[in-house]
Design a protein. Sequence first.
Lengths: 284, 279
Amino acid sequence: MGKVLKKWWPLFVLPTVLSFTFGFIIPFFQGAYLSFCKFKTINKATFVGFSNYAAAFQDPEFAHAFWLTAAFAFLSTVLINVIALAIALALTRKGLKGTNAFRTVFFMPNLIGGIVLGYIWQILINAVLSSVGAQLLSLNTTAGFWGMIVLTLWQQVGYMMIIYIAGLQSIPSDYLEAAKVDGANAWQTLWKVKIPNLMSTITICLFLSLTNGFKLFDQNLALTGGDPDHMSEMLALNIYNTFYSRVGAKWMGIGQAKAVIFCILVVCISLVQLKITRSKEVQQ
Amino acid sequence: MGKEKATNRVLSIFFTILSLAWIYPMFMILVNSFKTESSINTTSVFELLGASNFNGLANYVNALTRQGFAAAFMNSLIITVTSVALILVCCSMCAWYVVRVNNRFCKAVYFLFVFSMVVPFQMLMFTLSGLADRMGLNTPLNICFIYLGFGAGLAVFMFAGFVKTIPTEIEEAAMIDGCSPLQVFFHVVLPIMKPTYISVGILETMWVWNDYLLPYLVLDSTKYKTIPILIQYFRGGFGHVELGPMMACIMMVIVPIVVVYLVCQRYIISGVVSGAVKG
């Protein structure tokens, strides 16, 4: 099989590998190299060593964006998963009417793009803020942060709920019946039967929402745009602004260095996830 | 048993209220998209339609004729359909080859595909937009070449995961009967992989249709806008934001998505689940 197939590579793999090379591999390595350079365009780059990284770490806006992103990612992960799991548990109850309609509604915001979501919520949150006499989003850091949390919940709770429901439905019904025969109440069934059997689903959902939180860009750009004065600017938007909104050639290199740091951070989170998932598979 | 029933009733009421709250942001945009420009401001957003603020379809007409919505919609449609078609055909063939041949080259390529799923776009946005510019990939049709490379990670990963579960005996039997690898792929492998095509197609469509930063940086944005770029331009480009036409645009973006979702709900949800579990 493999031997006959092997010489057919121009047809089977070449288109994908070619576009992957131009769309990912070349820009990736070029980007990694440019993070050590001072440049305005890709062709006019001079090597400067680690000075971009030093400048990136000294940039107070970058540090602020990092802590903001970490806080946001952590908080949104906890809230999304607690709420999504609670809804999933309720919607898989026997005898509850209208579960399909509820699922449909909760999942719907997930299909709308981040930019559109951002504007919908910008209009809504500004209306709420002005009706209670608070300052609007463009001047209100606290509202900006919580606005992003609410927006992210609205977008992702339905998504995680769907995954949790699939996980709950794959628990063998014997387990639940056995628990019932043994006289376990709902609370005990949840903690002793359902959650232990859901651990792989929970791992997936936790890391999905964590990496989504770290990578958040469109929603951030559309909802607050980093206002006021970069105070609601998260990592991805900070990198973008370093590239395209700052004046001076040195910022290009610093932006690229920030991007590399950001990339390493996200890859590390994914490696931790991989390790946890693997170790779970061994146990089962 | 009576207690169970009572709990279910309370939950039903609770979820009905929650669902209404969940839909409210979209409902609010719908209501406001029919208002006159002068009656939309931050305090009147919650007001329902009445004789004094009703504007008919004027905002929709404005969005379609003056704000370039139709052109942006067509661009988004062309990019999404072409990219997803390319991704489905090329990546499924690539995944089958990579799994079946499985030499050192294939293993390396597969590793890079999986790695690319993790890397955030900010890492290569600057170099990619420069490269795309020099290669002339800045038109709605040519940008699909980049989407093929970018979508390949997830697509190859999901297709390869499925190919591994197909027993090779079927393909070998077809081979002995005189089929070329191309015939084996299209007559034997492709029909078996149909569910994966649907899942991958849905995930990639959701991504390409809603993607903002890649087309914004790569496309020649004075000539071509996609829907997310257009919506973003309402704030950046026009100075004074015309809220009425903007909300009309948002509605015209949301309505097709909601309709497609309600029709193919089953496929979309199962596609999302299989994508998440494998990713």
